[in-house]
Design a protein around this ligand. Structure first.
Ligand SMILES: Cc1cc2nc3c(=O)[nH]c(=O)nc-3n(C[C@H](O)[C@H](O)[C@H](O)COP(=O)(O)OP(=O)(O)OC[C@H]3O[C@@H](n4cnc5c(N)ncnc54)[C@H](O)[C@@H]3O)c2cc1C
Length: 444
């Protein structure tokens, strides 16, 4: 927040809320909800859509953070929901504990990460919500609810982008801290296509980077290990990710706009021949989380696991088709989540084994043209959008078609817990339909 204007991390959404509130207690959060008018909550603003945009009250949980309870016997910690992942991780490490696994960044708040059902990649793990055994939620009437993974309210809050209430506390189930062997390598895409199942079965976590025009891709793997940590591993990782960010931001865009990206097949072959790759053993959180990113936008969705390469091929062909009109650098990050690990009513990873395809575009001229065309393609294959990423072009009708009967159940819970549309904004109205208007006695 600067000079009254709030901007999200990717700087695409800027708005001036009428009031900006920084509560320090749950009682203050309840009081804010009971006041007239609407409100939206912001964690760290790392989502890529207008979920946090409001011209009424914006509630930041930055001052509602830190640990509330530590239950060492059960390895469980309860955090205030504004706690950033990196801070939760540091506190857990002090007690010899860690998250089972984590997504790729650590600056987000626990409340935000759960509200958008953040995922990673794994053979036997997929979602941050898997590590959560309890939530406290303040709903739109100011009522406080404690719920666990078997409750519908919990499943509506996970991935429900704040529509049923504000998550105020999160109880995390830790595991004893451990090290991870992180490896990256350049492989022939044809080989990866043929051996994807084996690759996933052989590692705890696998992700792929696919590049336009290239015949090779980057394979990233993470495996729990008892091996000693690499000396200076964190520094080496810092240098690796800094180089990646610089290459993507500057060299990637320079080549893209100079029309040279079609030559990528030669560079990827060279990288393959040179066996460019890395191997580091690090504390688990340092391996799972990257801390440096260049400014970019993301449009991410899931498809059935079996569709993964067919859909990636079509997205890369679409990029090639539009490329001459002037597109920025693009990378497809592909991750995998198993069936039966989700705890959500309307999250994109529910119920089936999924491939997550993330269209990571540099934040510069042309990315909206590509995204608009990609959204039509995604809809034509029944792709399910990640509600923490670019969502323009998707709406409630489309989500209803993807998630019935869960979507209907979700709407019932929204109506029950936010009868006055306290938490509604343009984003929720697009995604979940028009709620009951704020009643006259609540109008500002
Ligand atoms: C560099 C980078 C890397 C990323 N990596 C991943 C990844 O690996 N996997 C993945 O799935 N996503 C990833 N994301 C997406 C993003 O981190 C998430 O979608 C998440 O929402 C961000 O958390 P936040 O605290 O910034 O939430 P915000 O952006 O502040 O909020 C997200 C939404 O949740 C609502 N909300 C926030 N806090 C609460 C709360 N306490 N109670 C109720 N509603 C709330 C907000 O109103 C908003 O609609 C990444 C994003 C970036 C920028």
């Amino acid at each position: 927040m600067q000079g009254g204007t709030f901007r999200n991390w990717a700087l695409r959404f800027a708005n001036v809320p009428r009031k900006y509130a920084l509560p320090t207690t749950r009682a203050q959060i309840v009081e804010l909800i009971k006041r007239p008018g609407r409100l939206r909550v912001v964690g760290s603003g790392h989502s890529f859509n207008d979920g946090i945009v409001t011209d009424d009250t914006l509630v930041s949980l930055d001052n509602y953070s830190g640990v509330l309870r530590i239950d060492i016997d059960n390895q469980q910690l309860t955090f205030r929901a504004g706690t950033r992942v990196r801070d939760a991780v540091a506190i857990m490490l002090q007690h010899g504990l860690a998250f089972t696994a984590l997504p790729s960044h650590d600056a987000q708040s626990l409340g935000g990460i759960l509200s958008t059902d953040v995922h990673g990649t794994g053979k036997d793990w997929g979602f941050v919500s898997e590590s959560v055994v309890g939530l406290t939620i303040v709903d739109g009437t100011g009522e406080i609810h404690r719920c666990g993974p078997d409750d519908d309210l919990f499943r509506a809050a996970i991935g429900g982008v704040g529509a049923v209430g504000i998550i105020t506390e999160v109880t995390v189930q830790g595991v004893p801290r451990f090290a991870i062997d992180q490896q990256t390598s350049i492989q022939e895409l044809a080989w990866v296509r043929e051996h994807l199942d084996l690759l996933i079965a052989g590692h705890d976590h696998v992700s792929l980077y696919l590049f336009p025009y290239a015949e090779h891709c980057q394979v990233n793997t993470w495996d729990r290990t008892a091996a000693d940590k690499t000396s200076g591993g964190e520094l080496k990782e810092f240098l690796n990710i800094s180089l990646d960010a610089l290459l993507a931001a500057w060299v990637g865009n320079l080549l893209a706009y100079a029309g040279l990206l079609p030559l990528a097949r030669h560079w990827s072959r060279l990288a393959y021949l040179l066996r460019r790759g890395t191997q580091l053993v690090m504390e688990s959180n340092n391996a799972h989380n990257r801390t440096i990113y260049h400014l970019h936008q993301e449009l991410e969705f899931t498809v059935d696991f079996e569709q993964v390469f067919e859909v990636c091929d079509r997205l890369l062909a679409l990029y090639a088709e539009l490329y001459r009109a002037g597109l920025p650098y693009l990378l497809l990050e592909v991750r995998f989540t198993p069936a039966g690990h989700d705890r959500t009513l309307i999250g994109a990873g529910q119920q089936r084994r999924c491939a997550w395809i993330d269209l990571i575009c540099n934040d510069s001229e042309g990315f909206e043209t590509y995204y608009a065309a990609a959204v039509e393609l995604i809809k034509s294959v029944g792709g399910r959008p990640h509600l923490g990423k670019y969502t323009e072009g998707f709406d409630g009708n489309y989500l209803a078609g993807l998630y019935e009967p869960n979507y209907q159940r979700f709407l019932e819970l929204v109506a029950q817990h936010d009868p006055d549309g306290k938490f509604s904004n343009a984003f929720t109205r697009r995604m979940f339909g028009t709620p009951i208007e704020v009643s006259s006695e609540h109008a500002a």
